[in-house]
Design a protein around this ligand. Structure first.
Ligand SMILES: Cc1cc2nc3c(=O)[nH]c(=O)nc-3n(C[C@H](O)[C@H](O)[C@H](O)COP(=O)(O)O)c2cc1C
Length: 186
């Protein structure tokens, strides 16, 4: 079976280097949605960063988390402002995802019409959902920080999600057979 014969590293000693490579490969196989985390620079300009390491944490109170590398400009901006916006991108927003995944000095301009304001925080316009979050905790973990934000304002739109899988942007395909459907059992 292809899945088993292609499986690497199941036996034998692994070096730190091979674990690092396989760590990236393993996580590239975990399909996620795509968000843009937005903050505000001291000048008042909007700053954004594409992020897939996000998840919901708690419903009461409503908490989310985002995991941000210490070297990212967004990291310092969240630390100084104590807030961030989280925008869940629509399938048609690959260009925006690529823009905010590019190092800030090489990005160029993004048309102002792609930005909107949600309560106290800028967000991306026309997304399938967006949240305004206040940082309530920050946990350093390795070379990243887990920022936990309390959702203080939220909006939900229509549309299909942008998906990130194996280092590529794509869309959601509902190709799973009915046998795997969970709708009747939940
Ligand atoms: C699909 C995708 C998801 C990403 N997710 C994250 C993430 O969750 N955390 C992170 O620190 N960087 C992530 N990145 C990398 C940042 O988007 C990238 O380094 C960006 O240039 C950082 O911008 P900044 O330095 O302006 O904050 C991701 C990149 C891509 C393409």
């Amino acid at each position: 079976m292809a899945l088993v014969s292609n499986f690497r590293g199941a036996t034998g000693l692994q070096t730190a280097e091979s674990i690092a490579d396989m760590y990236r490969d393993a996580w590239s196989r975990f399909a996620t949605g795509v968000t843009v985390i937005t903050t505000v620079e001291p000048s008042g300009a909007v700053h954004g960063m594409t992020a897939s390491s996000v998840t919901s944490v708690s419903l009461d109170p409503p908490l989310v988390l985002v995991v941000i590398g210490e070297s990212r400009q967004t990291h310092a901006l969240i630390e100084s402002t104590g807030r961030f916006g989280m925008s869940i991108l629509d399938a048609g927003q690959t260009k925006i995802a690529k823009h905010f995944a590019t190092p800030p000095e090489s990005r160029g301009e993004l048309a102002a019409e792609n930005l909107a304001q949600l309560s106290r925080t800028p967000v991306i316009a026309n997304t399938i959902a967006a949240m305004d979050c206040k940082v309530i905790a920050a946990h350093k973990a390795g070379d990243h920080t887990v920022f936990i934000g309390e959702v203080q304002s939220i909006q939900v739109g229509e549309g299909d999600p942008l998906v990130w899988f194996q280092r590529q942007f794509g869309g959601f395909a509902d190709s799973v057979s009915d046998q795997n459907s969970t709708s009747d059992s939940e």
